[in-house]
Design a protein around this ligand. Structure first.
Ligand code: NAD
Length: 478
């Protein structure tokens, strides 16, 4: 009989949550306990503080970088700026990165970083100083480098911060050919890759579409198959939430609800994420947006409105045992890391819902980060070498078919067939393939054993097995 992962009286901390999910899944593997312990533990936890001058005051900044597992190198994971960042959170997020990379076959170990600041309280030049000093602290301890540990954006950071990190690292490592591979999520003009910014959200949307397309699973939860017309509520209209919403609309879904830190909006006929962001830019809040039929001053209320799919894409611990009973969605797609506590997840699934787990659902970002790192190591953009060759081959084929059949294509048809793929198309194609394959791999693991109760457990089983093989192949030295 499988052990339950639900904790009763008190909800545990985030790293304990991830460990609880791990232990639950480990029951369905056959690895020695010592190896499982090695996989679960955080290998290196670097906590540091540094002074920051603000006017004539000195402020102490607390920061972390955690490398969870070196079963593959380099390690990889985002950097978060939030005044709620703490060691437990960074450890949990680093661990999730290890499992996430294994799930989508990205050959990295997991890592995560954080600086305990609210970026809204600092000017751009102050943020630059803090980011550069953070990077120098990582360099001093060998916690960053294209073959060591490669950060990326996360909550509160983006292309701008990644540029500062890249510039600091390359300045401190003159002549290092692959230095720009020290960080991903950089802007295109600084050796970034097309499609990285939207990749996590695009991946979340593909994960949802894949889940909704399985007729048998949809029947089980009383929904018709397919994404078209499905009602979605998004929590957090930042990088992940915004891009998820945009791609879901492209796929035919309706964004009926949006929850932000300053309130929530609802309209059963659909909301326009761009118009909401424009409204916030002009007024300072999403509240007051005229095309919403309902508004909520308490953001959490927005999560509880009628919908088919809920996408938490803000922070961890948003769905707890306290509010999960009021959630009307049938599917939770975890865009954020750790948004559902184990107790809440257990209750939701027991009540007949499906959770698309974070470690798979938001893995699109690290997948495209991997492509960016490959681009940085190869020093050439994807498609540059073969686009024209591909177009000429396609043209020859079209000409041959036209000659044999005696029929001609219109110039629009001709263009569509002949055109070679550019970097964005290649990146999106690689991302889509990864998300589709990984979903069905997880689903197959789940269906292979009736005792494997959820997609999350199945995802953990798959990644534990892959990481175990990796550790076993490496051996132990000395
Ligand atoms: P972001 O900073 O771009 O966006 C977060 C958004 O959430 C902001 O708009 C913020 O205002 C909003 N928010 C904050 N508190 C909220 C609350 N209580 N209720 C509603 N909204 C709230 O961050 P992001 O990069 O989109 O990351 C969001 C989540 O996705 C995090 O858990 C992060 O770890 C995860 N994630 C991000 C990436 C990535 O590539 N950026 C990759 C994988 C996972």
């Amino acid at each position: 009989m499988a052990k339950s992962i639900a904790k009763t009286a008190q909800e545990p901390h985030f790293f304990d949550d991830v460990s609880a999910f791990f232990d639950h899944a480990a029951q369905f593997t056959k690895h020695p306990q010592g190896l499982l312990n090695q996989i679960k533990v955080c290998n290196s936890v670097y906590r540091f503080s540094f002074p920051f001058r603000r006017g004539d005051q000195i402020e102490v900044i607390n920061a972390w970088r955690v490398e969870h597992s070196q079963h593959m190198s380099p390690t990889k994971g985002g950097i978060r700026y939030s005044d709620m960042v703490n060691e437990d959170e960074v450890m949990a997020l680093a661990a999730l990165m290890t499992y996430k990379c294994a799930i989508v076959n990205v050959p990295f170990g997991g890592a995560k970083g954080g600086i305990a600041i609210n970026p809204k309280n600092y000017s751009v030049s102050e943020l630059e100083n803090i980011t550069r000093r953070y990077t120098v602290e990582l360099i001093k301890k060998n916690f960053i480098g294209p073959a060591i540990d490669v950060p990326a954006p996360d909550y509160g950071t983006g292309e701008r911060e990644m540029s500062w990190i890249a510039d600091t690292y390359t300045t401190m490592n003159p002549g290092q050919l692959d230095a720009f591979g020290c960080v991903t999520g950089k802007p295109l003009s600084l050796h970034g890759i097309s499609g990285r910014k939207a990749a996590t959200g695009r991946g979340v949307a593909i994960a949802i579409r894949e889940c909704m397309d399985v007729a048998e699973d949809m029947k089980g939860i009383g929904l018709t198959p397919g994404i078209t017309g499905k009602r979605v509520i998004i929590q957090g209209l930042g990088n992940v939430g915004y891009n998820t919403a945009k791609v879901l609309i492209e796929f035919g879904a309706i964004i009926v609800g949006v929850c932000e830190y300053d309130g929530a909006l609802y309209n059963p006929d659909g909301l326009d994420p761009d118009a909401i962001l424009e409204h916030r830019k002009n007024t300072g809040s999403i509240l007051g947006y005229k095309k919403a039929t309902q508004s909520f001053k308490t953001p959490a209320e927005g999560l509880e409105q009628a919908c088919d799919i809920l996408v938490p894409a803000a922070l961890e611990n948003q769905l707890t045992e306290e509010n999960i009973g009021r959630i009307k969605a049938k599917v939770i797609a975890e865009g954020a890391n750790g948004p559902t506590t184990p107790g809440a997840a257990d209750a939701f699934v027991k009540n007949g819902g499906i959770i698309i787990p974070d470690m798979y659902c938001n893995a699109g970002g690290v997948t495209v980060s991997y492509f960016e790192w490959l681009k940085n190591l190869s020093h050439v953009s994807f498609g540059r070498m073969d686009k024209r060759y591909e177009e000429m081959s396609n043209l020859n084929l079209v000409n041959t078919v036209e000659t044999i059949t005696g029929k001609s294509l219109t110039s629009a048809q001709r263009m569509a067939i002949v055109k070679g793929a550019d970097e964005l198309e290649l990146v999106n194609s690689g991302l889509e393939d990864t998300m589709i394959r990984s979903y069905h791999e997880i689903r197959e693991i789940k269906n292979s054993n009736q005792a494997i109760d959820t997609l999350r457990t199945a995802a953990f089983v798959g990644s534990i097995n892959k990481i175990a093989v990796s550790y076993q192949n490496l051996g132990i030295w000395p």
